[in-house]
Write a protein that binds this ligand. Structure first.
Ligand SMILES: C[S@@+](CC[C@H](N)C(=O)[O-])C[C@H]1O[C@@H](n2cnc3c(N)ncnc32)[C@H](O)[C@@H]1O
Length: 204
């Protein structure tokens, strides 16, 4: 069952100034995997920075956010920065009935699955599989190596609050992305590992 989203203290401007710069390299890697002219949906689009970085590559882009703070921030950014082919929707990535099967070329979830409750992950992934023939997932790599980058990431996840850290821990202990796409019978087409092997991008 979908959990009701509770907005966190860091959503909006704080996330934009502290976390978005750290994810710029990740967003560039996602961009490098998207074919020009594609349509795409970005689940858990946050402040919208990934979508904005794809706006000149994709034709029509949709972001979905379950946090009101992030959603309104991303919407304002899209308007003031003039991204006319980007639409940001408020809602749950597991419930996108308004879009027909195969509506998009790509469905992307970048640093999102570790953040949601364990029961939400499969329904979101299932909906992504229904919506697009190409999935791009970016998240913490499991098993994690023992290095400074992983320690730093754990620290950042802890700072985000107890609920956030619980979800992160359940994601890591549950086997990360691999355990999720195996259940859905999805095959890995490409995998890129970066940030000292702490994070990986998986193309399914
Ligand atoms: C760490 S942020 C990542 C933001 C963005 N993808 C990026 O790469 O910059 C994760 C976002 O996923 C959103 N989220 C979590 N569960 C979601 C769901 N079921 N549907 C839509 N968004 C969700 C959260 O509100 C949060 O803003």
């Amino acid at each position: 069952m979908a959990q009701k989203h509770q907005d966190s203290f860091y959503e909006g401007w704080l996330y934009h100034f502290l976390v978005d710069p750290l994810l710029r390299r990740v967003h560039r890697l996602v961009r490098s995997q998207v074919k020009p002219g594609s349509t795409l949906i970005d689940i858990g689009c946050g402040t919208g920075e990934l979508l904005f970085s794809l706006a000149d590559v994709g034709s029509d882009l949709v972001g979905v956010e379950t946090s009101r703070g992030m959603w309104s921030f991303a919407n304002r950014q899209a308007q003031t920065r003039g991204f006319n082919n980007v639409q940001i929707l408020f809602g749950d990535g597991a419930k996108l009935e308004k879009f027909s099967t195969g509506f998009f070329d790509y469905a992307i979830a970048c640093m999102v699955l570790h953040e949601m409750g364990a029961s939400q992950r499969l329904p979101v992934l299932q909906e992504m599989k229904r919506l697009a023939s190409n999935l791009i997932l970016v998240d913490y790599r499991v098993p994690a190596p023992t290095n400074l980058a992983v320690t730093m990431c754990r620290f950042i996840e802890r700072l985000a609050g107890p609920r956030h850290f619980r979800n992160y821990t359940s994601f890591i202990n549950g086997g990360g992305l691999l355990s999720l796409y195996e259940i859905l019978g999805l095959t890995v087409r490409k995998q890129l590992t970066f940030y000292s092997q702490c994070i990986h991008l998986v193309l399914l």
